[in-house]
Design a protein around this ligand. Structure first.
Ligand code: AMP
Ligand code: ZN
Length: 466
């Protein structure tokens, strides 16, 4: 049985797709104003594992991931500056250039993490028309009101507003006495359309991204893009919507409110949320000043797939504490796993017992830590290497750790010169001649090969050319 924890019901539910074959999956994507940090990337590794699990269960998957290139403000509740516009001013680029550069960087990151490319990556700025249409429907149905800075959604008009997050609306009202936007009728109301500030009366500069609309020149609120694009590509309702936990109280709550108000039916049936990556008890984030990018990990000698392994070691609904020690541990464990592969000749037969166990773990709300435990149990078992390899390659359809490519690479004989150097280094290490051994390692490196010491001896791989 395939089951997921649904944030809407707060229970594990058996997955029942709307259509027989193709599952519609919407993944809240990145705001492309800077490099993604490894916390952000956890959310996409999680969505990727989910997609792979669906595929492994025989479904086809249509996955849509939005690219937020306008409207996401520095404060979640419609206050602050547009993140893209702010980055453009700081970096002396146009907003369009910023969005393009960081979209490319994001695509590069997810490729290196073996994240399967979504079927579509629609940009918010390409869907202004759809957003305006949706807002117009909401206006016609009486869910909106105007303020001096735009058009807002009146959350009091929806009787089950906040159901996803079980929001305590009375408490929020109580806590919002010092609401900065005094024109809002309720603290939870949110912008559907924001007017561009008038450059002659505001200290702000003229916006680079703005459009004509029935409510004046401006730009869309952040939440409306996901409502417009998910329904355009997946229909309403669709099966599964994913994102990080921080999206539960505001972004996803508001997506649900506006989509359900407009169409009178649910937006999605299952809502899945991944927990944060934390550092010293604080969420990893730009404003916390503690973020780490994939580039920094690589500069310190860690592979993107070791980070993927690190993420898989935790269940997606628990916080993951990032430390460099833990990262080194994940890299070692992955290298050890790879070192086993070198011994296997051909994949054959498989191990039904372990394959069952693995699938049971992963189908139970994506229990990746348990699934990895099955991997190691299999490696310790008495099954022949070829059977293990067959099973491992099946597991890797979900784990995404490049086991097949690595196995093929390790099976290729090393150039003689490298073999000799590796043997020489082993000898020097036995003689505890560490300095010389390190020099040989450098020499091997300069010839394009990486040598790593695992429990099972040296693991030599080709350094990828990037
Ligand atoms: P953003 O680009 O800011 O819209 O965020 C992209 C994704 O990263 C969202 O799904 C967030 O929920 C998620 N996210 C942000 N910070 C973290 C973190 N520290 N750990 C895990 N996920 C995060
Ligand atoms: Zn979204």
């Amino acid at each position: 049985m395939l089951q997921f924890f649904n944030t809407l019901s707060r229970t594990k539910e058996e997955f029942k797709p709307l259509r027989e074959k193709t599952v519609g999956l919407y993944t809240c994507g990145p705001t492309v104003y800077d490099f993604a940090h490894i916390g952000n990337l956890r959310a996409y590794i999680f969505a990727d594992v989910l997609k792979r699990v669906l595929l492994q269960n025989g479904y086809q998957v249509k996955q849509i991931m939005n690219i937020t290139d306008v409207g996401h403000l520095t404060g979640d509740r419609d206050m602050g500056e547009d993140k893209i516009q702010k980055a453009a001013l700081e970096k002396h680029k146009t907003a369009w250039e910023i969005a393009s550069v960081y979209t490319e960087a994001f695509l590069d990151d997810i490729k290196q993490l073996n994240i399967l490319l979504p079927d579509k990556l629609p940009k918010a700025t390409d869907h202004i028309k759809e957003m305006i249409e949706l807002i117009a429907t909401l206006e016609k149905k009486g869910f909106t009101y105007r303020t001096t800075d735009g058009l807002y959604f009146d959350t009091a008009k929806l009787k089950d507003y906040g159901k996803l997050a079980r929001l305590d609306l009375a408490g929020l009202r109580e806590g919002a006495r010092v609401e900065i936007n005094a024109e809002k009728k309720n603290p939870t109301d949110f912008a559907l359309w924001k007017s561009s500030p008038n450059p002659s009366t505001s200290s702000g500069q003229r916006r680079q991204m703005e459009w004509e609309s029935p409510w004046g020149v401006g730009f869309p609120g952040w939440h409306i893009e996901c409502s417009a694009m998910s329904v355009k590509y997946l229909g309403q309702p669709f099966d599964i919507h994913t994102g990080g936990v921080d999206h539960v109280p505001v972004h996803h709550t508001n997506e649900i409110a506006q989509s359900e108000a407009a169409a009178g039916k649910p937006l999605a049936n299952y809502w899945l949320h991944s927990e944060f990556v934390i550092v010293n008890d604080a969420r990893m984030g730009k404003s916390e000043g503690n973020l780490i990018t994939l580039r920094e990990l690589k500069d310190k000698g860690y592979s993107p797939l070791a980070y993927r392994y690190f993420v898989l070691q935790g269940h997606y609904r628990t916080k993951l504490n990032f430390t460099w020690e833990a990262m080194a541990g994940a890299q070692n464990t992955l290298d050890n796993l790879y070192s086993h592969l070198a011994e296997y000749a051909e994949p054959k037969i498989g191990c039904a017992e372990f394959e069952r166990k693995f699938l049971d773990a992963i189908n139970d709300d994506l229990d990746t830590p348990k699934a990895l435990a099955v991997v190691w149990e299999l490696l310790r078992s008495d099954y022949p290497g070829e059977a293990k390899l067959e099973a491992l390659l099946k597991f890797d359809q979900i784990l995404g750790l490049s086991l097949k490519d690595t196995w093929q690479e390790l099976r290729e004989p090393l150039p003689e010169e490298i073999q000799k150097l590796v043997q020489e280094r082993e000898k020097l290490r036995k003689e505890t001649n560490w300095d010389k051994a390190d020099k040989v390692r450098e020499q091997i490196r300069s010839l394009g090969f990486e040598i790593k010491d695992t429990e099972r001896g040296p693991l030599v791989t080709r350094i990828p050319q990037r």
